[in-house]
Write a new protein. Structure first.
Length: 85
């Protein structure tokens, strides 16, 4: 697991805003430190030097993750298709 960063706050639309240390791809599953699924990455915003990641939270209590670190599993490299279709 790789650490994304710390949850700064929850937006009015229910998305978790994370100050990112690493920026994963949009759509990647996000987990907490106990390896429980929290949601998926919705968007990456801000400057490239210090980006913020928006996570669409699927858990019941959104405020419980504020201040905690969130993680993601790196995607395995997909096989490239060869030949014509």
């Amino acid at each position: 697991m790789k650490r994304i960063g710390r949850v700064v706050h929850i937006s009015p639309s229910g998305k978790a805003v994370i100050k990112a240390e690493k920026t994963p791809r949009i759509g990647v599953t996000v987990m907490d430190k106990k390896n429980r699924q929290v949601g998926k990455i919705f968007d990456v915003i801000g400057p490239t030097v210090s980006p913020y990641v928006l996570v669409d939270v699927k858990t019941g209590d959104h405020q419980s993750i504020v201040g905690s670190f969130l993680y993601f599993m790196p995607l395995s490299k997909q096989k490239k298709r060869s030949g014509k279709r």
